[in-house]
Design a protein around this ligand. Sequence first.
Ligand SMILES: NC(=O)c1ccc[n+]([C@@H]2O[C@H](COP(=O)([O-])OP(=O)(O)OC[C@H]3O[C@@H](n4cnc5c(N)ncnc54)[C@H](OP(=O)(O)O)[C@@H]3O)[C@@H](O)[C@H]2O)c1
Length: 271
Amino acid sequence: MQAIETHGFKIPLIGLGTWVLRGRDCTRVVTQAIRIGYRYIDTAQMYDNEAAVGEGVRTSGLRSEVIVCTKVAPERLAPHDLERSVKESLSRLRLDAIDVLLIHWPNPRVPLAETLGAMAKLKHDGYVKQIGVSNFTVALVEEAVKATTEPLVCNQIECHPYLNQDKVIAACRKAGMAVVAYSPIARGSAKGDELLERIGKAYGKSAAQVCLRWLTQQDIAVIPRTSKVERLQENFALFDFHLSDAEMKEIATLARNDGRLVDWSWSPKWD
Ligand SMILES: NC(=O)c1ccc[n+]([C@@H]2O[C@H](COP(=O)([O-])OP(=O)(O)OC[C@H]3O[C@@H](n4cnc5c(N)ncnc54)[C@H](OP(=O)(O)O)[C@@H]3O)[C@@H](O)[C@H]2O)c1
């Protein structure tokens, strides 16, 4: 499995997203993904599916090989609440520890140093193995690195060809953080893209695979979500072809000013 190494920790280039998957369907998809070879599963307190994800991981029989990432909800970032919320996550997941714990969204009402301090304590106490962030901008990445001595392994951000994220990607790399791309196939819309389809034809690959390959070839980890077994397989088959420099550049021209898909009232001011 190809991976990004950061602070001695390896993040697989391909993982599984689980947002909106629920209950038995979610458990089944997680178990099937692990059987196919996925070793990184992404969930969050906000997804209301930690119990189903944990069950899927345990059912696979491969718990020790799988990295489970969950994210703390933005309203639970004050130290005492964060600690309580992580213990609640662990009892829903029914796992020994959380492999990667991320701040899901920044919350300007809670000092970042306090949140990161609480996360570092949970790591030292063995509840959590690695910590990181999500939806952090350049300024927030810089602030986070100054606010803790604990390694931050990744920033999970929206990333696909329709959104130029060069600035924040550069900031993550400078800070020694891996970039994990969420909505990596633009919530499925890469599927009908003419350019991606045309490039894929030459390799016998789908538009979604070209889209995911474009990211992983830049050392960006991807966590596509699907509810279908055949797509689990399709999204995993990314490492038997290579896009040329010209194709990489051509795909980058798909970026648009209105390409961002995930934007909420609580989003930070994007770069
Ligand atoms: N940190 C954050 O704030 C944040 C925000 C958003 C998402 N995320 C994480 O990132 C994960 C992925 O992002 P996402 O769920 O927004 O979007 P995505 O993975 O880009 O797209 C998912 C959609 O694409 C379809 N799809 C999957 N594989 C396909 C393929 N090979 N061909 C065509 N269509 C395909 C799926 O439909 P089917 O189910 O029908 O296959 C689904 O509708 C989430 O599940 C979540 O874990 C994190």
